[in-house]
Design a protein around this ligand. Structure first.
Ligand code: GLU
Length: 305
């Protein structure tokens, strides 16, 4: 298939939408991002890549980091992790407090904020003060890229305004579903969200999930085949918050979005994809990114359905 021509067509077709939607501004440092950017990268199993747009531009991975921390927690704790977080779609906004209260402090899934904070808490139980170093090291290993770092300004900015995430952590603690010092865990969670990567790097990082848990290039295994299946299933059903059904309906791939404007997606046994465009739709997912992925699966027929 001529993937480069398909990417060119997609870029032309999404251009009229580049000024729609709004960048996330509840994290003040993210509001400074140039809003009309677009990039998309595909990575095949032999390492061949196809890119269009600003695929060398770093952006804040935000909630895409939740895929990596969940992967790490699942490999450390196995099924026990589901005592701490569920695996059902929430049908609620990413930072909602309401459901957490009536479900006794057990977040619906690891990809809403409460669930991801609970996962970081579980990593903290294992790694203590070295938790962030281990998270970023794991992302480096998975990406086969040892140059990654987080953005201090974005981290600080989110920390200074992170009232709602702190509230989620406090609520979980009040129900006994939080093991460590709230402040330390929240700081680590914000740091993982502020890691910066390009579409080129993120697309490479997701390849192990397209190949049953093994990086097809380095042959390193990160999770079991069954765990890789579970991660993909939760990405499909919960990767886009309360628009997860919309995403499955229009795109038809396991994927995870972040409020930095990135979306990663997996075509099982074929490739991994990352798209970036900072303006978000009303659910907090990249507006053009979602459209680009929909165009991609329509044009190539690469969908899991
Ligand atoms: N750091 C963001 C938050 O906790 C992540 C949300 C997202 O990317 O969807 O609010």
């Amino acid at each position: 298939m001529d993937y480069q021509s398909i990417l060119k067509e997609i870029k032309l077709e999404i251009e009229p939408f580049l000024s729609e939607g709004n960048v996330a501004d509840y994290i003040p440092a993210l509001a400074k991002v140039e809003p009309n950017q677009f990039a998309m990268t595909l990575t095949l199993f032999d390492g061949t890549t196809y890119s269009i747009g600003c695929s060398d531009t770093k952006f804040s991975i935000q909630s895409i980091s939740k895929v990596f921390t969940f992967t790490k927690a699942l490999s450390l704790y196995g099924k026990k992790i589901y005592n701490k977080v569920g695996k059902e779609p929430s049908g609620n906004p990413f930072n909602s407090l309401v459901q957490l209260e009536y479900e006794n402090g057990i977040p619906r899934n690891p990809f809403i904020n409460a669930g991801a904070i609970a996962i970081t808490d579980s990593l903290f139980t294992h790694y203590e003060r070295d938790t962030f170093d281990n998270i970023i090291q794991f992302i480096k290993d998975i990406s086969n890229n040892y140059e990654l770092d987080y953005n201090e300004e974005v981290w600080r900015s989110e920390y200074e305004c992170g009232y709602r995430n702190s509230a989620l952590a406090n609520l979980m603690k009040s129900f006994g579903n939080f093991e460590n010092d709230i402040e330390s865990v929240i700081k680590t969670y914000f740091k993982q969200c502020s890691i910066e990567m390009t579409t080129f790097e993120l697309s490479r990082a997701m390849l192990f999930l397209a190949n049953h848990g093994v990086d097809p290039i380095t042959q390193k295994r990160f999770v079991t085949q069954s765990q890789a299946k579970r991660i993909n299933a939760i990405m499909l059903t919960c990767g886009h918050y309360d628009a997860s059904g919309e995403f499955a309906f229009h795109v038809g791939l396991p994927g995870k979005s972040g409020v930095g404007g990135g979306i990663v997606a997996v075509v099982p046994e074929v490739m991994s994809i990352c798209v970036f465009s900072p303006r978000l739709n009303s659910w907090g997912n990249s507006l053009v990114g979602t459209k680009a992925l929909e165009l991609f699966t329509t044009k190539t027929g690469h969908s899991i359905f």
